[in-house]
Design a binder for this molecule. Structure first.
Ligand SMILES: Cc1cc2nc3c(=O)[nH]c(=O)nc-3n(C[C@H](O)[C@H](O)[C@H](O)COP(=O)(O)OP(=O)(O)OC[C@H]3O[C@@H](n4cnc5c(N)ncnc54)[C@H](O)[C@@H]3O)c2cc1C
Length: 471
């Protein structure tokens, strides 16, 4: 028996109360909603954090809010811990089941219930994939403001639970800014519903906000009302070369003044990131020489309008070079640089990904200090910097050239301690989950943590929902 088999076998042994709980769940929901043992698909044993696969005690597949409510009522009564699962693309280990937990997946709660063109809203069940929502909004002549690389697999409930950000936050904000209403089930099975479609609604506490970004620790999101946006019309895409981070921000502010509210995407890729894209992934160099940072930008204007603004930034010494896409093929080619990060798994045996936020006024200094620390102390690692920098979001990937991953904890400690020193946040968008829990106190003070604990205790006194995540 290898390690993985031993781990799976260990998690198959149920405590007597767990057996009672599973029997009660089967009788309440029906056997087809409660899978156990080898009936549990491998995909439900891990998320994108890639902890070793763990088979949960059972996998619950409710089809309705009432079934989620009944499942939680029974789990709560038995003190049974529950791991909440959406599309399983989370990078913080929040949906990864632990030994002794029952996984509850929203994957069968899929569907768009309403698109209201007058209110400009869309109501969907929480398990609906983001891409399905984007397509439905588009067909109705509108746009969903949430977009991220995992769009085909992640669920809207997971997006809400993680307050996901992504490529267009600079224009439409994080998920929080796009949510108007929610339905959720509390740990004891209580259903709370505010399928609000109005922009203004100050009738008491807006409790829905509590659930956005709570990573499944306060309740299970079952329905979401999103505010949609007008479609952007013509979008122009460019790669722009600058020397330093201060020029990125000068460029951002210049374009925003010239074309107010039109910037859709503003992604920075430092020279180390571009080097891997060209040398390892094999993309053709976009410019004849190397620059400090290449920006991938999308602006909601015609190509010539963007060309004109970029020409002005060139004359002012902000942009050093620029390419504006002349076709859909060019646009795809430009995006390939940013998306080259998804190919790293083919070239490096181990990757450590960081999703931190750094105040813009410290970003240049922070990147320089972190690069120096990593390249000096861990010379066998490849280090790349990139990110949604208009939102202060910096991604770092520290890749191993060989199979030695023993310095992972040391690298994490170094980066998170430096993040704190620069006044940043240990999570810009992926959340804390299980993987960043030891570092949460670097970004939140004692009173903030105490408030979080009090909220958790008030909403989930038995501590059954996603235990060990965030707190
Ligand atoms: C290729 C790729 C690109 C990505 N890009 C981005 C990006 O640009 N920006 C970004 O923010 N993230 C990004 N992510 C991370 C991830 O896609 C997001 O965190 C996403 O919102 C997770 O949704 P999910 O449905 O997969 O949730 P899961 O992974 O299933 O769960 C994530 C967390 O939410 C909880 N949860 C899930 N569903 C519910 C629910 N209905 N109610 C309550 N809690 C729930 C889980 O318990 C867990 O704690 C990326 C991931 C990948 C693999």
């Amino acid at each position: 028996m290898d390690d993985k088999q031993r781990r799976l076998a260990r998690t198959d042994r149920h405590a007597p109360s767990s057996n009672d709980c599973i029997a009660a769940l089967r009788s309440a929901l029906g056997a087809d909603r409660v899978l156990t043992g080898t009936d549990i698909p491998a995909r439900n044993m891990q998320d994108a954090c890639h902890y070793p696969p763990t088979r949960p005690l059972a996998l619950l597949l409710p089809r309705s809010t009432t079934e989620v409510s009944e499942a939680l009522r029974l789990c709560c009564a038995h003190g049974q811990p529950v791991a909440v699962q959406g599309g399983l693309t989370g990078m913080a280990g929040g949906a990864h089941p632990e030994a002794g937990e029952i996984a509850l997946s929203l994957e069968k709660m899929v569907g768009i219930e309403e698109i209201d063109p007058l209110s400009g809203t869309l109501t969907a069940l929480a398990g609906t994939p983001l891409a399905t929502i984007q397509e439905a909004a588009k067909e109705a002549g509108l746009l969903c403001g949430i977009d991220l690389g995992a769009r085909g697999s992640c669920s809207i409930g997971g997006n809400v639970a993680t307050n996901a950000g992504g490529n267009q936050v600079v224009r439409y904000g994080m998920t929080r800014k796009n949510v108007l209403g929610l339905e959720a089930v509390l740990a004891d099975g209580t259903i709370v519903r505010s399928l609000n479609k109005m922009i203004k609604n100050n009738a008491g506490y807006d409790w829905t906000q509590l659930f956005i970004g709570s990573e499944g620790t306060l309740g299970i999101v079952t329905r979401v009302v999103l505010g949609l946006h007008p479609q952007p019309g013509k979008v122009s895409t460019a790669l722009v070369a600058v020397d330093a981070f201060a020029d990125c921000i000068a460029l951002l502010r210049f374009i925003d003044r010239a074309l107010p509210g039109r910037i859709l995407v503003f992604e920075a890729m430092w020279a180390d990131f571009m080097a891997v894209a060209m040398e390892r992934i094999g993309l053709a160099p976009p410019f004849t020489r190397t620059y400090g940072i290449i920006l991938l930008i999308e602006v909601m204007v015609a190509d010539d309008a963007l060309e004109q603004v970029l020409a002005e930034t060139y004359e002012r010494g902000i942009a050093r070079d620029a390419l504006v896409a002349q076709s859909g093929g060019d646009q795809k080619k430009f995006w390939k640089f940013r998306e080259s990060i998804y190919e790293y798994g083919r070239f490096f045996p181990h990757l450590i990904g960081f999703d931190i936020a750094i105040p813009l006024d410290r970003m240049e200094e922070a990147v320089a200090a972190m690069r120096k620390e990593l390249t000096t102390r861990f010379p066998h690692r490849v280090v790349v910097f990139f990110g949604h920098v208009a939102d202060s979001n910096l991604h770092i990937v520290v890749a191993a050239k060989n199979s030695d991953d023993s310095d992972k904890d040391e690298i994490e400690r170094a980066i998170y301690n430096m993040t704190q020193a620069f006044g940043g946040s240990v999570s810009a968008e992926h959340g804390i989950g299980r993987s960043k829990r030891p570092y949460l106190a670097l970004s939140r003070d004692v009173n903030e943590l105490d408030l979080m604990r009090r909220l958790k205790a008030a909403l989930d006194p038995a501590g059954i929902l996603n235990p060990g995540r965030i707190l």
